[in-house]
Design a protein around this ligand. Structure first.
Ligand SMILES: Nc1ncnc2c1ncn2[C@@H]1O[C@H](COP(=O)(O)OP(=O)(O)OP(=O)(O)O)[C@@H](O)[C@H]1O
Ligand SMILES: [Mg+2]
Length: 612
């Protein structure tokens, strides 16, 4: 093994930079935090090429005196704490004195600043950690930092960076977090000279949320507040009809700092338990204020996580505040009533009360209503007859279900039904969710939603090989407001979405224009569809393989277009489903892996009734 050596400072700094600076968004966060710590009332952020080429943050804060320039970019140099005890009194966002040094080590940095008392501004260039000469220049009071070609001298790290759109998405998210945490400050965000956000100072918090995340969400927010000793909690939570399948929309702030906290996320999930489907996550904007000495903010490289002295108490405070609020708020009044005949048998908790979440109450997607399925597998519904009569009056059709497994276990790879010439199969719908039909060997119980979803999925999968899925032009293209990160994501995956029949164009700011939508989902509201798509795009937080993504979106589309548990089906619809059963290559499991049918063999029934 080679001899042990002290690493030279420039290597140490590059290593240290790796912890704090992961991508352009990390630079944006650090520079914005410095501006806020310097008492700025206005912070302007501009990036080029998603921050890969340039990041510029200008503020009107106190500025840096010329004799302190060198220290500002040196590691472990800070004006914010003096000794270790100060860590528990820290009222600033920064305190480690390493952000600028880290950034300077891996970029071309230009620092320009003027203090309130200084008669001139100065600038200093630092390239890969090497400082140039301090030069006087003209500039207003405040500080501007420009960071060019991040990771130019660590090519491997630069290679890890993603596309412009993805990096811009992260930048916008970093900006959003700080802008939400500091509503009293005027912020702007520009990308390639395009103004993405202009957030005036001093508007109510709800207005800031509205500007960043749109009116639809802002209108669904409920005010919550609570004080427990020295801990104050205040903010907004979304009513349960607005949710996500991830926790990224759970904005939690502690003393002006955006934080992630598993325990608090758990408290949120608990508070919404019974109000949301499993797997859905609430949306929140909550701000905690507490004395700095009851929380350790020095436990995570980017200060994203903190450690509370009495985490249990804060957990209970959050859970208690939300529960009390939900008990005293008529949540159902915010949800839309269930359509006739829908809901009584569904498992959604609000359906039990006769109410359904707005996002679940899309127009009933009946077999007779989805025109596009006919494009994929045309069927002519047999004349409808009352089901009871069908069962009693008509002879059973020739053997259709071959060889079923001899147990109650989910059906194995039994050969699918094939009904000749559209001959009706006797079948009964029960509880508006299961279809029961006979096999020559016993009875089969089918989950109507799971089967339909599987059929559609198989059809779509075949269909997409031949070219883009049929789409329908909207009469009037529909603009949809998104967050900057969401808009970036959608635009990045434009081509894939086009294959699915969803045509999208950027429309300035964070708005995208939807030009067409898949015929199959013509009844789904454009906004709702886009929200679903975005969730799939964001799932897992990694860049999915194009094929996986396509597959995921096909699952989503088939699930959305399929009849639901709770939909009462007319006889022709039941027949159509059963007759298309053979179209599904693996009709026994829906795309989510749940079985589509259970087979009860006659032998098993005989045994249960003690006939054998
Ligand atoms: N925009 C700014 N306006 C005024 N002073 C600044 C600005 N940016 C940095 N400074 C000064 O430079 C010092 C170093 O900044 P840097 O971000 O590296 O460290 P820090 O903010 O003290 O701690 P941390 O590493 O936790 O962010 C700060 O302590 C502050 O005194
Ligand atoms: Mg800092």
């Amino acid at each position: 093994m080679p001899a042990i050596q002290q690493l030279p400072p420039h290597v140490v700094n590059k290593i240290a930079a790796g912890e704090v600076i992961e991508r352009p968004a990390s630079v944006v966060k650090e520079l914005m935090e410095n501006a806020l710590d310097a008492g700025a009332t206005r912070v302007d952020v501009a990036v080029e090429q998603g921050g890969l080429e340039l990041i510029r943050v200008s503020d009107n804060g106190g500025g840096i005196a010329p004799e302190e320039f060198a220290l500002a970019v040196a590691s472990h140099a800070t004006s914010k704490i003096r000794d270790a005890d100060d860590l528990f009194r820290v009222g600033t966002l920064g305190f480690r004195g390493e952000a600028l040094a880290s950034i300077a080590a891996v970029s071309r940095l230009l620092l320009r600043s003027r203090t309130r008392t200084g008669d001139a501004a100065h600038e200093l260039e630092v390239v890969g950690g090497q400082s140039g000469e301090l030069m006087p220049c003209g500039a207003p009071v405040g500080t501007t930092l420009e960071v060019r070609t991040l990771f130019f001298n660590t090519p491997v790290r630069r290679k890890f960076l993603k596309s412009t759109q993805t990096e811009l998405g992260h930048v916008a998210e970093a900006f959003t977090r700080l802008a939400l945490a500091h509503p009293g400050i005027h912020f702007t965000l520009r990308h390639n000279d395009r103004l993405l956000h202009e957030l005036p100072a001093g508007e109510p918090w709800l207005e800031r949320i509205r500007r960043l995340h749109g009116s639809e969400l802002a209108d669904a927010l409920i005010w919550v507040e609570s004080t427990d000793g020295e801990v104050e909690l205040a903010g907004y939570v979304a009513d349960p009809s607005h949710s996500r399948n991830h926790t990224r929309m759970q904005y939690l702030f502690l003393n002006g700092r955006f934080i992630r906290d598993r325990a608090l996320q758990h408290a949120l999930a608990e508070a919404y338990r019974g109000l949301m489907l499993t797997g859905r996550q609430p949306i929140t904007y909550l701000s905690f204020k507490m004395p700095p000495d009851v929380v350790d903010v020095n436990v995570h490289p980017t200060k994203l996580e903190v450690r509370f002295q009495d985490g249990g108490r804060i957990y209970s405070q959050l859970l208690g505040a939300l529960r009390t609020k939900f008990l005293s708020t008529d949540l159902t009044a915010r949800l839309q009533p269930v359509g006739a005949g829908v809901g009584e048998a569904t498992h959604e908790p609000w359906a039990r009360n006769g109410w359904r979440g707005a996002e679940e109450s899309a127009p009933s997607r009946r077999l007779d209503g989805y025109a596009a399925a006919e494009l994929f597998a045309p069927w002519s519904p047999p004349a409808s007859a009352p089901l009871e009569l069908t069962l009693l009056d008509r002879p059973l059709p020739p053997a259709s279900w071959e060889q079923a497994p001899a147990s109650f276990a989910p059906a194995g790879p039994a050969p699918p039904t094939r009904v000749e010439g559209g001959h009706p199969v006797p079948a009964l719908q029960i509880h508006n969710r299961y279809l029961i039909t006979a096999s020559d060997d016993g009875i089969v119980v089918i989950d109507q939603h799971a089967l339909h979803e599987r059929i559609l999925y198989e059809q779509l999968k075949k269909r997409i090989l031949a070219g883009p899925i049929e789409s329908q032009r909207l009469l009037v293209p529909e603009p949809v407001d998104l967050s900057a990160a969401e808009a970036a994501l959608v635009v990045e995956h434009r081509e894939t979405l086009e294959q699915l029949g969803l045509e999208i164009q950027p429309f300035g700011g964070d708005t995208v224009l939807v030009l067409s939508q898949p015929v199959l989902l013509a009844r789904v509201k454009v906004k709702e569809l886009l929200a679903e798509v975005i969730e799939r795009l964001q799932a897992g937080g990694r860049a999915p393989e194009r094929r996986d993504l396509l597959d995921e979106l096909l699952h989503m589309m088939s699930c959305k277009a399929a009849v639901k548990a709770g939909d009462r089906l007319a006889a022709p619809e039941i027949q159509a489903l059963l007759q298309q059963r053979h179209l599904a290559e693996d009709a026994h499991h829906c795309p989510h892996g749940r079985p589509t049918a259970l087979v009860f063999t006659r032998e098993e029934l005989d045994r249960q009734f003690r006939r054998i």
